[in-house]
Write a protein that binds this ligand. Sequence first.
Ligand code: HEM
Length: 168
Amino acid sequence: MTFISQIDTLFGSVIVGQAQPTLDGTFALQVLLRVLHIFGAVILVGGIFYQRSILFPTGVDACFVGRRQVWAKWVGIATLFLLASGLYNFITIIRTAKADGVPLPPTYHALFGVKFLLALLVMFLAAILAGKTEAAERFRQKMGMWLNVAWSASLTILVIAAILRNYH
Ligand code: HEM
């Protein structure tokens, strides 16, 4: 009896004949990277939502409450997590599908491409809006508009991510 099926039995839902994950290093790495991906998305999209809907209506300065550099650091960390875990996930998903003899269709790649480009846009906007350069200052002059763009792109990314899951 595997660890997972013991948990199933414990909760009264014995799964018969269904695929169970093998609890090895690869599984642990996949779980870790998935957690990092969601963690990065929560920080970036959550921060953008909070700035756009709660703080910005009272003024640009309110978006940072004097701690712009701290937010800039977290934008960098979230971006790193998203890029590293996202690329690993993408390569793993493509390889696994090929190895299983069911390569993913062109629509999967097209949707992923759109998600990736929108993600680059969101990460760029979050970074430049939190930046210290003259260019950052110019972007902050239209803070409300850019936050709306970043928020709309984030929502689209979430919808695409939800669709992609169903391809494999
Ligand atoms: C603002 C940036 C991003 C957000 C908010 C975001 C959000 C998400 C979410 C919520 C999921 C679903 C997670 C799950 O079901 O476990 C996901 C899946 C995924 N993301 Fe991202 N992501 C972002 C950037 C990226 C980037 C930059 C890459 C690639 C380098 C990437 C690659 C992937 C892949 C491959 C999946 C799995 C898709 C599938 O199930 O087929 N993501 N993303």
